[in-house]
Design a protein around this ligand. Structure first.
Ligand SMILES: [Zn+2]
Length: 171
């Protein structure tokens, strides 16, 4: 079972930490790098039409593959309340087996409110499954109920029968 993690309280006033500033810098850097990469590809492609065609075919192939994937059903989606670097609160969803929304390279997102892109996720908390089912809470391990006198008596009778059977088998 997935134990969902929280980090800070998105809705309360939040003071950005040093780590948040560094994180934001990191995601901006990655974003710039990806953009630069795309620019480079574009330049390469305009110089080489064959390469352009090959890359386009590749993209089409991947998109077709993604379109054929089944949609994740709602009961497999976990909703998260996230606070972004810019201070805006959003809701997002991840697969229910993922215990935190910042895993798997998704530690930032575009803020649809102020347009900051990327904006690092600085606080988050689970809201609930998209299907409306409650979040399974990790509780203490279930202890079996104490046996009743009747159950003990029948258990004793069973043991007696077993002992008797063993005795007969030995003779
Ligand atoms: Zn924002």
């Amino acid at each position: 079972m997935t134990v969902y993690l929280s980090h800070g309280t998105p809705l309360e006033s939040y003071e950005l930490t040093k780590k948040d500033h560094r994180w934001q810098k990191d995601v901006e850097q990655i974003h710039r790098h990806v953009k630069a990469q795309a620019e480079q590809w574009k330049a390469e492609e305009s110089a080489d039409p064959e390469l352009k065609q090959a890359r386009q075919d590749n993209v089409v192939r991947v998109l077709k593959m993604m379109a054929s994937w089944p949609m994740t059903p709602d009961h497999e989606l976990m909703r998260w309340r996230i606070r972004l670097y810019c201070g805006h609160i959003h809701e997002t969803s991840r697969h229910s087996t993922i215990e935190s929304p910042v895993l798997h390279g998704s530690s930032s997102t575009e803020c649809t409110e102020c347009g900051r892109n990327p904006a690092a996720i600085v606080a988050y908390e689970p809201v609930g499954l998209k299907s409306g089912q409650p979040v399974p809470q990790p509780g203490p391990p279930a202890t079996p109920p104490k046996p009743t006198r009747k159950q003990l008596e029948s258990q004793l009778a069973e043991l007696k029968a077993e002992v008797a059977a063993l005795k007969t088998a030995r003779h």
